[in-house]
Design a protein around this ligand. Structure first.
Ligand SMILES: Cc1ncc(C[n+]2csc(CCOP(=O)(O)OP(=O)(O)O)c2C)c(N)n1
Ligand code: SF4
Ligand SMILES: [Mg+2]
Length: 385
């Protein structure tokens, strides 16, 4: 379904106001965004590992959740919801539950990358019909910004203080979305708050409505721990994505798909400079550390692009999911537009095959990421040449 910002934002809130998260907290925005992707009328059971989100949105007997909610320890957020989902399936089979439910667990990066990793891994591997959502603010924020395995290298945290003897965290961050993709589950998505929340909404909807286990990793900036003005949230997210520090991608049934390629890749300084946790990197004696940060970002970005192996197809369709009927109706208007979409080779061939059922000749030129012509696909009726 196409994305309508106004309609989406006007949906009734399932995380009610009145909770105690900080103003401008990325965690809350992530949760509201995911719950908004539930179709109206659908019920959900929400699980939540301990962390800022849990202590601030669920203080027994008060709750900010409109849906059923289970507070979990760090260690068992994944497994708790997998157990509930199993019980639900059994009760449904026996006719004891009539309604349809969705199962969504939220965890911070500390609770997900580190302490709850084993129960998350198990739940995903067993293939429960649930979504695990990590809101990644890159540290144990609730207890005072201690480093986690999601904390980026060189970040100043209370357990990796930058100063005379240290330049902040020593290690690079773990790539949890990639690790989850290696579980070969049906859906993995990595997203952030950009483009009017379209990427977040689309991926959350896919994750919730994909049958089987799904994992979402959401960049959730924390103004307190990162050290920036809450009003800069969207700029920080944009810089994270446009510098390729936080690439937007998904892995659908094992197929890696890049959701967005910046036309003008920003230097990493644009992401680092507005944040107090990286302030020390801008001292003259630390200049080379920014270069090291950049190298790591570039290395990972190249690796991701290789995994996605997508072709850029010029000539964009106004619809998110190309439909042959629409192609026929809009082909003239489309050919006037410029832009790009990233499609895999298999998808293009399938698309060509579908189109040719409706039109006589299908002609498509494919370009690689550098804009070089790669190949031309011509299809005449039911033959793809
Ligand atoms: C096993 C265990 N260790 C430590 C704690 C203390 N504790 C509560 S919240 C928290 C930080 C959670 O960090 P994260 O999961 O990243 O969520 P955030 O607070 O950043 O949103 C910690 C360490 C705990 N509750 N349980
Ligand atoms: S400390 Fe950070 S993560 Fe925690 S509620 Fe405040 S802004 Fe959100
Ligand atoms: Mg955290």
């Amino acid at each position: 379904m196409s994305y309508n910002f106004k309609e989406t934002m006007n949906k009734p809130e399932r995380l009610a106001p009145g909770h105690r998260m900080c103003a401008g907290c990325g965690g809350t925005i992530a949760v509201r965004g995911v719950l908004r992707a539930l179709h109206e009328g659908d019920r959900a059971v929400v699980g939540n590992a301990t962390g800022c989100l849990e202590v601030s949105s669920f203080m027994y007997p008060y709750t900010a959740y409109e849906d059923s909610y289970i507070h979990n320890a760090f260690e068992n957020a994944g497994v708790t919801l997998s157990g509930v989902e199993t019980a639900y399936r059994v009760m449904k089979k026996r006719g004891k539950v009539k309604e349809d439910y969705k199962f969504i667990t939220f965890g911070g990066d500390g609770g997900t990358y580190d302490i709850g990793f084993q129960s998350l891994s198990g739940a995903m591997e067993r293939g429960h019909d649930m979504v695990y959502v990590c809101y990644d603010n890159g540290a144990y924020m609730n207890t005072g910004t201690q480093r986690s395995s999601a904390t980026p290298r060189f970040a100043d945290t209370t357990t990796t203080p930058a100063g005379k003897v240290s330049s902040g965290k020593v290690q690079v961050r773990k790539d949890l979305a990639a690790i989850m993709a290696e579980h070969h589950i049906p859906y993995v998505g990595q997203t952030a708050f950009t483009n009017n929340f379209k990427d977040l909404h689309t991926k959350a909807e896919k994750a919730i409505y994909t049958q089987g286990a799904a994992f979402l990793n959401i960049l959730a900036p924390c103004p307190r721990g990162w050290g920036y003005e809450p009003s800069d949230l969207m700029d920080i997210c944009r810089a994270a994505v446009d510098s390729c520090y936080w690439p937007l991608y998904e892995v659908v049934d094992g197929k890696w798909i890049l959701s967005y390629k910046p036309s003008n890749k920003l230097p990493i300084e644009e992401f680092l400079r507005p944040q107090r946790r990286f302030r020390h990197l801008f001292k003259p004696e630390n200049e080379e550390l920014i270069g090291e940060f950049q190298k790591e970002v570039d290395r990972r970005w190249e690796g991701l692009r290789e995994r996605c192996q997508s072709l850029r197809v010029l000539g964009v369709y106004p619809h998110e999911t190309p439909r042959p009927g629409a192609f026929v109706q809009n082909r003239e208007a489309d050919s006037m537009k410029t832009g790009s979409m990233l499609w895999s080779c298999g998808y293009i061939l399938r698309f060509a095959y579908e189109c040719i059922q409706h039109i006589d000749i299908f002609l498509l030129q494919a370009y690689n990421e550098e804009g070089c012509f790669v190949s031309c696909i011509t299809a005449v009726k039911e033959k793809v040449i």
